[in-house]
Design a protein around this ligand. Structure first.
Ligand SMILES: CC(C)(COP(=O)(O)OP(=O)(O)OC[C@H]1O[C@@H](n2cnc3c(N)ncnc32)[C@H](O)[C@@H]1OP(=O)(O)O)[C@@H](O)C(=O)NCCC(=O)NCCS
Length: 277
């Protein structure tokens, strides 16, 4: 089959929207992010074309730590199993290499077995598993947490947690998983993203911020660790803080099979695998 992979153009959107609107029973997030991805100069949408018709797409985001983040691969149901996704992935990685990316990563739902076979065929290996939980209701909390201002203290506290080991050092950031070491603890601290709650020897530490993806604005608890009761308290403080800033949705990233935070407000865990090449 003669497939051409090229950068997306303005005319591609209607044809792509037609088949991605039915990707899953609930639809897809691609229609909501297409325009943002199309405008973003730190990334590219690629389209696979057959006989002049778009039959597949994907997107690569260049992360400044030298990582090409692959996302949004979609192939028209009539054209699956013919190497379209693989051609798109390889094309995007070539593009990423030209920008300086030395590593490529993506996430895929644990249950998406079809996708994993194709991902591993591109040579990618599993790094870790984790869960994303969502919360749409404000919580009560009257306490406050301190922001850590010393990056060495942040690094030391975070690296000694079980959760850091379980997440292989990654945190969730706008639906990408980024390595704290590569991103830089100093940068996380300078951005005011590291929060801390402590009493005596007991403590909890979290990486959290507000962000948006398409039209969705949200708070994200990108990483959280520490003593159970303290971590619950810290998660509540952060959630309350984000809701008070006007979001109506918060995400929390937790290690897989180790969802140590049992908060009724955070529900519908999506179990994911991080892959890397
Ligand atoms: C997952 C998805 C992107 C895969 O796309 P695809 O184009 O079918 O993937 P590929 O064709 O590159 O690879 C899939 C299979 O086709 C086979 N294949 C590749 N080239 C082929 C060719 N020229 N002829 C026949 N088979 C071929 C591959 O070997 C692979 O087979 P395997 O599963 O037995 O290992 C597609 O199923 C899809 O759009 N799913 C819905 C959205 C989704 O789940 N996205 C991924 C989120 S992480």
């Amino acid at each position: 089959m003669n497939i051409i992979v090229r950068e997306a153009n303005l005319n591609d959107k209607p044809a792509i929207m037609q088949f991605v609107s039915k990707t899953w029973s609930w639809g897809d997030y691609i229609p909501d992010v297409w325009d943002e991805w199309y405008r973003d100069r730190n990334g590219r949408i690629f389209v696979a074309e057959f006989n002049g018709l778009p039959v597949g797409m994907n997107h690569i985001r260049y992360l400044e730590e030298g990582v090409g983040w692959l996302e949004g691969v979609r192939v028209h149901p009539d054209f699956r199993g013919r190497g379209v996704a693989t051609a798109l992935g390889e094309h995007a990685m070539q593009y990423g290499k030209r920008l300086g990316a030395t590593k490529f990563r993506l996430i895929s739902a644990v249950k998406n077995i079809v996708a994993h076979r194709q991902i591993m065929r591109m040579g990618m290996k599993e790094v870790c598993r984790f869960s994303i939980l969502r919360c749409e209701q404000d919580v009560e909390s009257v306490e406050t947490a301190a922001r850590i201002e010393d990056s060495r203290q942040a690094e030391n506290l975070i690296k000694h947690t079980r959760e850091y080991q379980a997440m292989k050092g990654f945190f969730g950031d706008r639906w990408a998983m980024r390595s704290m070491q590569e991103y830089g603890f100093k940068k996380l601290v300078d951005e005011g993203r590291v929060f801390y709650l402590k009493d005596g020897n007991a403590y909890s530490i979290a990486v959290a911020s507000m962000d948006s993806f398409g039209s969705e604005k949200f708070g994200q608890i990108s990483f959280i660790a520490g003593d159970y009761g303290f971590a619950i308290k810290l998660a509540r403080i952060l959630t309350r803080h984000f809701f008070s800033q006007g979001v109506s949705l918060c995400y929390m990233f937790l290690p897989y099979a180790h969802r140590f935070l049992d908060m009724a407000e955070y529900h519908s865990p999506e179990d994911m695998i991080l892959f890397e090449l």
